[in-house]
Design a protein around this ligand. Structure first.
Ligand code: 4AD
Ligand code: MG
Length: 479
């Protein structure tokens, strides 16, 4: 007989049906009630064993964390909350878990701090919280592909190893096969990259959009969804050294179209999670609500997790320009009471305290800021007629800050060349990017969504390390 997944047992198991389930013991009470989980749902199946029929040897092995195969009949459940339970006939112990080992790990049946769980990333999948987070992470990845596929976009795989610094930020991980102790040298003593694997310096990609641009100006509408790497030494709750990004790139779109696409896309993801991840979402919602009770009144969230998702779906994002945002900040009582740590004036790169003020205090909704000063944004963003600003946009989310960065691209070759000069970007290195501006150049636009930041928003997790299975951050690449 094939095993039945617990989600199917709970959803459509028939009284009297004989089944086999396989999974891990979450708890074992009174030598009689086993709570089994197999990862297919956050819910456990209650299995009832008849003590008289049980071998002593087997009984000792039914411990939290052990893997079992159970066969038996479904009967009406005595307890509340589920319709059926398993009346166990045979037990096969597939893998034991020694109680002494369990004592030291996340599998001990008690509440652990998220920090403690992070040190056991290999086992935290076994907890309710992380089971829920990673099932939702999967659902969101699927929803993203579905969103674009349903609308005629093509999924493009852009390279992970690249010679270009797409964002011009210079925070890259070098990829090399040279012996670090003894690299080949030029006569002047500098390193000779011609002898390296690719014959030139290369790095892990910080973004796929420069390559996606080439595909968009032929296939029309494309998107990437891949890993990106940034060697920024930011040890914050919102930064990873390795994270995933979704980057649509669309020919014939201008900045307004780009905003409309972003807003529709983010709403779709929130709606998808509410419709398809109800049990996991409810669990995380209640978990957060419990945690909020420990906090002083003025630090609590105004809305619950589910209410926040509903809010995003049902309300228009506030759109304003960078210049309007600076004016808003300068006119705020927060500014007048000197509560901002960093300076506020036209031309600054907005700090997270400024972004959070706009989103959480001033507008209390997702915000799309646009038309930033050219100096603080990347070279490829389209110059506006005022010559001072570019057609850039950032989407700011409550509790998260920047979740999306994007722009209309500079499609005019002469201006792009000037921008390269101004930003000290060697044009020769990007000859292939420049070329697309020579062959039927068109207005086009795109954006990048930080996948983990989106997962933070839809799960309510407040540290980005808790929404990726194996976080990479400065000084941390265990597992
Ligand atoms: O704003 P960024 O740097 O934009 C780009 O890379 C553009 N090439 C996107 C495009 O136009 N196609 O990054 C985009 C998003 C950010 O808004 C943020 O959500 C996320 O990527 N992000 C990070 N997420 C986690 N850890 C980091 N270190 C991140 N850096 C950026
Ligand atoms: Mg950005």
């Amino acid at each position: 007989m094939k095993r039945t997944k617990i989600i199917d047992v709970l959803n459509r198991g028939q009284i009297g049906e004989s089944i086999i389930v396989k999974g891990w013991v979450r708890s074992f009470r009174n030598n009689r009630f086993i709570q089994m989980n197999d990862g297919s749902t956050i819910k456990n199946l209650q299995a009832v064993v008849d003590f008289e029929n049980l071998d002593e040897e087997v009984l000792r092995k039914i411990t939290t964390g052990a893997a079992l195969s159970l066969s038996g009949k479904l009967v009406e459940s005595q307890g509340a909350g589920q319709a059926v339970e398993l009346q166990v006939e045979t037990i096969e112990v597939l893998g034991t878990a020694h109680p002494d080992d369990v004592q030291k790990t996340v599998m001990q049946p008690k509440k652990h701090s998220l920090e403690f769980l992070r040190e056991q990333a290999h086992l935290r999948f076994r907890t309710n919280t992380f089971g829920a987070v990673f099932r939702i992470r999967h659902a969101v990845a699927y929803a993203i592909h579905k969103y674009f596929n349903d609308r005629g976009y093509y999924y493009i795989h852009t390279p992970i190893i690249t010679g270009s610094d797409a964002e011009g930020a210079g925070e890259m991980f070098r990829v090399s096969t040279m012996d670090p102790m003894n690299p080949p040298k030029n006569e002047d003593g500098s390193i000779n990259y011609k002898e390296d694997f690719f014959g030139k310096p290369v790095n892990l990609t910080v973004s796929g959009h420069v390559e996606a641009d080439l595909a968009a100006t032929a296939l029309g509408q494309v998107y990437t969804f891949g890993p990106t790497f940034r060697a920024e030494n930011s040890n914050t709750s919102r930064h990873l050294a390795e994270f995933w990004m979704i980057e649509p790139e669309v020919a014939f779109n201008d900045l307004r179209d780009n905003m409309d696409l972003t807003e529709d896309f983010l709403k779709y993801i929130c709606q998808y999670v509410m419709e398809n991840c109800a049990d996991d979402l409810q669990f995380l919602n209640d978990r957060e609500a419990q945690e909020q009770k420990q906090k002083p009144q003025n630090e609590r969230n105004e809305l619950t997790l589910i209410e926040r998702l509903q809010f995003v779906v049902n309300n228009e994002f506030k759109r304003l320009t960078y210049t309007e945002a600076i004016d808003t900040l300068l006119n705020s009582s927060h500014y007048k009471k000197k509560k901002f740590k960093f300076e506020v004036k036209w031309g600054i790169d907005l700090q997270s305290e400024h972004e959070r003020y706009l989103v959480e205090k001033e507008f209390k909704c997702p915000v799309i800021l646009s038309d930033y000063p050219a100096e603080i944004k990347a070279f490829y963003m389209r110059q506006n007629d005022d010559q001072k600003t570019v057609a850039a946009m950032d989407v700011l989310f409550p509790g998260i800050g920047e979740i999306v960065g994007g722009s209309q691209r500079e499609e005019r070759l002469d201006i792009l060349k000037e921008k390269c000069k101004a930003f000290h970007i060697p044009e020769e290195e990007l000859w292939w990017y420049m070329d697309t501006r020579k062959f039927g150049t068109v207005p086009h636009a795109g954006f990048g969504l930080g996948f983990e930041r989106m997962i933070m928003f839809v799960t309510g997790m407040t540290n980005i390390r808790d929404v990726i299975p194996f976080p990479r951050t400065p000084l941390n690449a265990e597992f």
